[in-house]
Design a protein around this ligand. Sequence first.
Ligand code: ZN
Length: 332
Amino acid sequence: MATQIWTPLDYDKPGKQIGHLNLPHSVHRSAYGNIVIPLGIVANGTGPTLLLTAGTHGDEYEGQVALTRLLRDIDPAAINGRLIILPMLNAPAARAGLRVSPVDGVNLNRAFPGDPLGSPTQAIAHYVSSVLFPLADVYQDLHAGGSSLDYLPFVSVRASVDADLDAKALAAARAFGAPYIQVWGYSPDPRLSTAESNRQKIISLGGEFGGGGSVSRRGLGIVERGLQRLMAHLGMIAPLDETPPTPAIEVEVKGRDHYVYAAGNGLFEPLCDLGDHVEAGQTCGLLHDPDDPTRPAIPHHFATSGLLICRRHPGRAERGDCVAHLATPRRR
Ligand code: ZN
């Protein structure tokens, strides 16, 4: 079944076009209405196609800002190749500042490869899988911790079953020049955007560039500079006039034991900061119950040693919430 999403823009036309995808959405307020999803296409010459998405999760903002500025500022004459840019891919979620779509409650990054006749979020995933991925040589999906998590900013790759593809993705991640490269070796969910792009043999990058539902200045700087370096690496723009960045610290997440989950409901007091190196058995934090001060705080411990790359952002936690996760150094 073909997608129902349509656009008047032409993916093969040289120059810069900024417009929308239209996702037909027939509701009480608007019988023949559409959900509009911003789209930019910048094309010149015969170079590769780089597909860039942000707002896959609507409350993750550094990528949305970076892609908005890139699309506004880029001169098509300065590139060789094609940029396809969607700065707020799950547009209803991004407009609402929410991780999942308020229209259907679906998490776009758990919806791939999608369904053309499914809910709006499933239809967006299907459009990316069936229309955009076949156009792309390289793909990057820009994330952050969103409302519930804070991340140490990093560019990431997801291990696939194709060693040659993984080597090309890692080379692109190194060219991106972020201070950390995260290799997701533990990926139990096949419904992620980069899981699908890996299946389609597209060189794929991700990244977490901040969190807490805010715009991290440091994370935004890393992603904006990184996108320029990535385009230079792909030969889409001239080499940058800069001192090469310090090689990244490469880390990986290999298993569930890298994560710490709340054992009850209460206020989580973290005892470690992002960027700390922690030891197995070390106390990650204390869960307090201000409703009943007679109850002792519940200590939470790390199951393994590593670098603290992610921490829960809000103070309140419920049983089962992820309060922290680690990554471990990766052998090059
Ligand atoms: Zn995300």
